[in-house]
Design a protein around this ligand. Sequence first.
Ligand code: SF4
Length: 378
Amino acid sequence: MGSLNDAMPLVIPVFIPHEGCPHACVFCNQHRISGRAGSSPVSPGEVGKIIALWLNRAGKKRTGPAQVAFYGGSFTGLPVARQEELLGAVAPFMAEGQVQAIRISTRPDYVDPVAIDRLRRHGVAIVELGVQSLDPEVLMASNRGHSAGQAIRAICLLRAANLQVGVQLMVGLPGESFLGQRRTVRQVAALCPDFVRIYPVLVLKESGLAALHAQGRYRPPTLEQAVARTAWMKNYLAGRGIRVVRMGLQPCPELEEALLAGPYHPAFGELVLARLMLHRTRRALRGVPAGEKVRLSIAARDRSIFQGIRSANSKRLRQMGLLERFELVTDPLQPRATLRIIALPGRFAQASERMGALAGNCYLPLAENPRSRKGHVR
Ligand code: SF4
């Protein structure tokens, strides 16, 4: 399965909104956010057309493998015949070597050895689980309809079957404190999922939260709180070598039209990365003596997260008197989401002595990763 990670895969999304799910989680409004509001379930023929369209569009530019991703529903909760017809629609593309793997998303309580065996037989390699929280009270308040134990068991079963496991977590669920959130993240990290997605809770029209919010019984986190919590989560998970592949929902007109309240921002992930970059820059400059100046190097494409949205980071650094302590350069060869500190000529010895390991040719990741302290960090 290692080869799936070697190059950026082409992920072909097929939405199966709310299919297979008799639940009504308080935050859920799948019909709207998947963009298939009011439409009939996707047919096997449509699945084939979607795949062919994406493969044609990618054409020869594609270097990585292709994966078909069934998103939006609880795949293993579908009737077995429906699961097989959807998976069967991908089979010809897999037989011809045009598609290398299938990924699905589902609920923890719909994962058992029989379901896993079916997925494996049809080429499913990656399973994303909507875990959201491991706090029993939060799961109850969110009307999830499954327990924390079921989520833990599902992750263990999938890992034991050699499937890649993605865990979806939410920020701002009813009844969840930051302390409880951190507890969940620590527990999840201990289960070693392959990757995590983090979504801030939004209050959407026609969801259970909309009613609670209208009655004053639910207050969503502010954007500032959600960014700070997500930054902590990203940092903690990266420190344990766990990739966070998405932060924030994909912006789309249906989502924005359905949005009533909550920490929505179309570039939520960028806000989090900018926050981490600010933390990293502050920490790096802490060791630079007053009157000294260093050079900070970033990847060329990280200029916007260094400055922050509407230059928020630059303003903050100015307020703290740190803007004068460095000059910024970009390096086309530098890995993204890293910061490199270079002491300026004539001051190198003094500065690097005080800064210890921070000065020199070390790419510092925005999020701490003790396994990757030296050299290039991906
Ligand atoms: S389990 Fe998923 S699809 Fe079902 S109601 Fe909850 S969030 Fe929506």
